[in-house]
Design a binder for this molecule. Sequence first.
Ligand code: JF8
Length: 240
Amino acid sequence: MKIDVISLFPSYLDPLNLSLLGKAQEQGIVEIVIHDLRDWATDQHRTVDDTPYGGGPGMVMSPVVWGEALDSIRNQAMVDPVLIIPTPSGQPFDQVLASSLAGEEHLVFACGRYEGIDSRVGMHYSQDQRWSSVREVSIGDYVLAGGEVASMVMIEAITRLIPGILGNPESVIDDSFSRLDSLVEGPVFTKPPTWRGLEVPEVLRSGNHGLVAQWRKDQAQARTETFRPDLLSDLPEPPH
Ligand code: JF8
């Protein structure tokens, strides 16, 4: 998979070269290229923003500069890429979207700053036949200062699903949200059996795999009811 990320703060994205993703890049499974948006600015001060039409606070990123950046990346590409624009007003990013993007050959992340990117950029590339699709996506209901951290979150969630990137494929299948019933996971424990007066639940040390499986189901159900009742409300009717 090829991933391009365009940002005004390219060094913000340095963590993408660490750990799992650093190794995946060394092995040639993923190639991540970070670009400085200012490389496509053309004036003396390398300006990338301007005042918002209609007034209001802050600045809006120029569609002219973004157009030059995205056209040049498309012209170097081997296939029609997917353009991902992080924005708090976008489609919610979830495990289903991550799985679908994990099957793509080429992703391009456009990281905005300030009050965001001129909305015509998303509109234009949606109509451009040389892009496979355009997704305006939000990672959650809170406001970040820019698209960089949101892009890193999505890149981590997407790339760990690519075969060969995670050491242990079973832990991917077993994740919270990957199951059909999408409950959150229950608590986990390792040695020692007693730590600072807290015991590992007896059932987990009983060796009874049936009881362990039932206990884990009950724990997952309880945690989901407490913290994520929304996940239970749109579940299909259980058969009786
Ligand atoms: C931004 C550009 C975001 N869930 C989210 N909260 N905030 C953002 C976000 C994304 C891009 C920009 N400010 C300026 C905030 C996402 N995705």
